[in-house]
Design a protein around this ligand. Structure first.
Ligand SMILES: [Zn+2]
Length: 392
């Protein structure tokens, strides 16, 4: 009986998450809430004359301008100028406006000025000291708010993990948050040529309070002179904005319909200063892989369906497509699921997360650039995080 209940819970959670992004209640518009981190007396990080609050706002305004060109997108800003908005209010702006997704933009900084690269966070618990340090730094701004101790009762800014114990997990939006985060990191890596530090989970207050798929982007380290200069430049801001916009348009196309406009994203010269900072250890989430070996595709019979099964989602469509190779650029072993009005087409299946990354590379090489890994347990979609943990 117990297992039936949890099974049902997973089904409901998945349906909720999908309906959130795909619902067309917002006057047929896809609502994106954009959050430029910090503002006014809260400067965020500041190094070499580069000020985080200014860079965040510049990127957000450029990103918003790109998104607004699509009449089916409605952009909501938490701030459009140099003002101080409390963390909980940023999330509430997204909640009140029934945003389909929430994107918070920040810049990273480290005493070690060699550190560089982009990383994107989704809400969750982290055991990694480096991820917790980033969350702690970003959450600390609540100390500038009046009555923060009453307002954020139960939360200790010096221990960001206290955020999790104070609440129930918000698992239902995790899949799509990870999907958006992965697309953003993928674009930073492949389209803008930045160092990809991966997708991570950490307890950010601003993400904790928002109830929709949501991510926090650390665009790069302004403490690194080369990366700071890039992020502070018109060109750098423009390309980072386009990379995030492309990821948002792809999410919208998948769950909400519409086209992905072609954005002219320019590759930067990859900053290659000596970087001796240890790589974050909690890279349990999908990171862009570039396997050079020929992908080995497992056969159907090699899959144990009592274990977690990884498949590759190629695309979603509101019309039914026959599951045959010629309809999928020659890829075979196509299956489909019907969810929230969309047929989702999946390629391959394997019990191994490592093997699924090879399948993903194969799908991408066949032109399914925005394909991603979807894990199932007992035929029900589960989060990648959970899947990777249980398949170890
Ligand atoms: Zn910040």
């Amino acid at each position: 009986m117990k297992s039936i209940i949890s099974f049902k819970k997973i089904v409901v959670a998945t349906a909720l998450a999908v309906s959130c992004v795909s619902n067309a209640q917002n006057g047929g518009k896809f609502k994106v809430c954009l959050d430029a981190g910090h503002g006014n007396q809260d400067f965020g990080a500041s190094y070499h004359g580069y000020v985080e609050k200014q860079i965040n706002l510049a990127i957000i305004l450029k990103l918003g301008t790109i998104l607004e060109k699509d009449p089916s997108v409605d952009v909501i800003y938490t701030r459009k100028n140099d003002t101080f908005i409390e963390l909980v209010e940023r999330a509430n702006i997204a909640n009140r406006n029934k945003a389909n997704i929430f994107v918070s933009v920040h810049c990273n900084a480290n005493k070690n000025t060699e550190a560089y690269g982009s990383e994107t966070y989704v809400m969750g618990l982290s055991k990694s000291a480096s991820s917790l340090a980033v969350a702690k730094k970003e959450n600390e701004v609540i100390k500038l708010e009046e009555n923060y101790k009453t307002k954020y009762a139960g939360y200790n800014p010096n221990a960001p993990e206290s955020l999790i114990s104070a609440t129930i997990a918000q698992e239902e939006y995790l899949d799509q948050s990870i999907e958006l985060a992965s697309r953003i990191q993928d674009n930073f890596d492949n389209k803008v040529n930045r160092k990809n530090r991966g997708v991570h989970q950490a307890p950010f207050m601003v993400l904790h309070k928002a109830f929709m798929p949501r991510v926090l982007v650390e665009t790069g380290f302004i403490s690194n002179p080369a990366e700071g200069a890039y992020l502070n430049s018109e060109e750098g801001q423009e390309n980072m904005a386009k990379a995030i916009a492309d990821a948002i348009f792809r999410m919208k196309a998948e769950y909400f319909g519409g086209n992905v406009p072609v954005l002219d994203i320019k590759k930067s010269e990859k900053p290659m200063p000596k970087d001796s900072t240890p790589k974050l250890k909690d890279v349990e989430l999908p990171v862009k892989e570039a396997p050079k070996s020929v992908p080995v595709k497992p056969t159907v019979s090699s899959v144990d369906t009592t274990k977690v099964v990884f498949k590759i989602q190629l695309k979603a469509s509101n019309v039914k497509i026959e599951n045959k190779p010629e309809n999928f650029n020659g890829l075979d072993e196509i299956s489909s699921v019907f969810e929230a009005g969309y047929h989702k087409y999946l390629f391959g299946q394997t019990n191994s997360y490592e093997a699924s990354k090879k399948l993903l590379a194969e799908a991408k090489s066949k032109g399914f650039e925005s394909a991603f890994i979807v894990p199932f347990r007992n035929g029900v979609k589960i989060s990648l995080n959970e899947a990777v943990k249980s398949s170890k």
